[in-house]
Design a protein around this ligand. Structure first.
Ligand SMILES: Nc1nc2c(ncn2[C@@H]2O[C@H](COP(=O)(O)OP(=O)(O)OP(=O)(O)O)[C@@H](O)[C@H]2O)c(=O)[nH]1
Ligand SMILES: [Mg+2]
Length: 511
């Protein structure tokens, strides 16, 4: 059973059932994610009904963006071979449609809430995101998102997102936010333009958004720019001019030719009378369509590496960033407690000493205040007993100082973890490590022992293994099946694991 409880457990099982057929390597990674979850819970870095595996999208995501009426929906219908999306000459789509595979013949359309609450989909908890930028809109998630299922084999193991036509001026914050979110999550983004707009200059604002914002990203390789409906240029006197104008406009923005495609829909196109011209158009279209579809298939491979990458990133996030941050904050905390105790307890002791000396309560080293002595001058009780209430007071001071010192560091810890963009919640670990029953002498965060470290190292090692297996499989597609490839993967080369071990020892020494 998953430490977070039943809901997460059933989600993980669901995921495992899917992956069992689709990709056994990824099935293994779920096991590693489970280990990370256990470690996270033990350390207090993971809280509530949560799992590290739910922080990443498990399905390869292909999103189709672009100007309105550019033919996005028509392209998707053609690709999956089902007329699942409506198309039309007016702006048709006003929401994002997540299209995924389902065995059932009759497709289903589900409201956005379904997407918002199921972590298997890329819009998990999207309403929170929307709410952050557009107050009140989060509750209207159904106005922005919908889910459709379709039994097309093309959709197996991937998700395609159709989006509303992009119009920078009219776009509301919530829609832009969703667009950004999709771009961030997508493994492949097809950006559609419409060759019917002969003058790309007229779409300056839109181009700014769709190109300038994407071209300089570190993941810019995942964007393909597609000039669609070029069949309409066949009637122009100089059809090549239209394409050249677009190419120039995109080129000026730094786009390289390799990712610029010109296509049109075989079904929606207007017939081209001139045979020679038609053949030239069809040839170009088929070549580009083949490339685009090829990229869409490749996404499944990239997805596998992305998930293994996320696994390693999460493990390293714990070991190299979250735990050191907690350890650093614990050090500051100990310092504050030390000084707090020193000032308050030391001060109190000094005061007591000062006044008792002044009141002549001391005879040499024996404490003899008049109220402790009976008529005969003998103490009523052993003066050492006075230490008990004194120690109780000191204890109360010490534990208040600990708690206050911890509270005083929460804001700073929170800020640092936000700034670092941690996947973990170091606050939980910090609070757990400063609990009253935990000795001040323990330097490492609570739960961060030899065993936990070893398990984490094991997970990091396993990611190398997964990568190897994926390499074997994808560079040798006709050879071993995934399962056998995985089992025959070479045993871990000890030099590969050196960095992880070094870190563990370095951390031990730091502690
Ligand atoms: N001539 C021609 N028409 C096309 C082509 N692709 C799509 N169309 C037509 O263009 C219109 C718009 O197509 P859609 O697929 O609805 O465009 P969209 O980008 O999904 O539009 P929105 O969802 O409204 O943003 C429809 O009437 C299509 O039949 C094409 O390659 N050539
Ligand atoms: Mg559409």
């Amino acid at each position: 059973m998953h430490p977070a409880g039943k809901i997460i457990e059933s989600r993980l099982q669901h995921l495992e059932t899917h992956l069992e057929q689709e990709n056994p390597v990824l099935l293994e990674t779920v096991k590693s994610f489970r280990t990370l979850d256990e470690i996270g819970f033990k350390l207090g870095l993971l809280e509530g009904d949560n799992s590290y595996s739910m922080q990443i999208p498990w399905w390869p995501l292909i999103s189709i963006l672009g100007t309105f009426s550019a033919g996005k929906s028509t392209f998707i219908n053609h690709y999956i071979g089902h007329k699942i999306q409506r198309s039309g000459n007016q702006a048709v789509d006003d929401k994002f449609t997540v299209i995924c595979y389902s065995r059932e013949e009759t497709g289903h359309a589900l409201p956005g809430v379904a997407l918002d609450s199921d972590p298997r989909f890329p819009f998990y908890q999207m309403s929170d995101e929307i709410e952050k930028v557009a107050t009140g809109e989060g509750a209207r998630i159904d106005a922005y998102l919908q889910l459709k299922t379709c039994p097309s084999d093309k959709l197996r193991g991937k998700i395609v997102i159709d989006s509303p036509g992009f119009d920078a001026d009219a776009q509301r914050t919530a829609t832009l936010r969703i667009t950004d979110h999709i771009i961030g999550l997508s493994d492949l983004v097809l950006v559609f333009f419409d060759a019917r707009h002969p003058e790309p200059g007229a779409m300056r604002d839109t181009l700014d958004h769709l190109i300038d914002d994407t071209i300089n990203r570190p993941d810019s390789g995942k964007f393909l720019y597609i000039l669609n409906q070029i069949d309409t240029t066949a009637r122009e006197n100089n059809p090549e001019d239209v394409i050249a104008a677009w190419q120039r406009a995109l080129g000026e923005r730094g786009l390289t030719a390799g990712r610029f495609y010109t296509i049109y829909s075989p079904e929606a196109a207007i017939p081209i009378e001139d045979t020679a011209l038609r053949e030239r158009y069809e040839q170009k279209r088929d070549q580009d369509l083949k490339d685009i579809h090829g990229r869409m298939e490749e996404v499944e491979i990239e997805r596998a590496y992305r998930i293994v990458g996320a696994l390693e990133k999460t493990a390293r996030d714990i070991e190299e960033r979250s735990i050191p941050l907690v350890a650093k904050t614990l050090k500051r905390w100990r310092k504050r407690v030390f000084w707090g105790d020193g000032v308050l307890i030391g001060g109190l002791l000094a005061l007591l000493l000062f006044f008792s000396i002044k009141a002549n309560y001391w005879k040499g080293f024996s404490f003899t205040p008049p109220w402790l002595l009976d008529a005969a001058g003998n103490p009523i009780f052993n003066p050492w007993l006075l230490l008990i209430p004194l120690l109780l007071v000191f204890g109360a001071i010490h534990f208040s100082v600990r708690s206050l010192a911890a509270k005083s560091l929460i804001a700073s810890l929170h800020k640092q973890s936000e700034a670092a963009g941690l996947l973990c919640n170091p606050l939980g670990s910090f609070l757990r490590s400063t609990k009253p029953w935990r000795s001040m002498l323990m330097r490492a965060p609570a739960g961060w022992g030899r065993r936990t470290r070893a398990r984490l190292t094991e997970v990091i090692k396993s990611t190398d293994n997964y990568v190897q297996t994926l390499n074997d499989r994808f560079t040798n597609p006709s050879g071993n099946s995934l399962k056998t490839a995985h089992h025959s993967a070479a045993p871990e080369d000890s030099t590969d694991t050196a960095p992880a071990e070094e870190i563990a020892t370095a951390q031990e020494q730091n502690a």
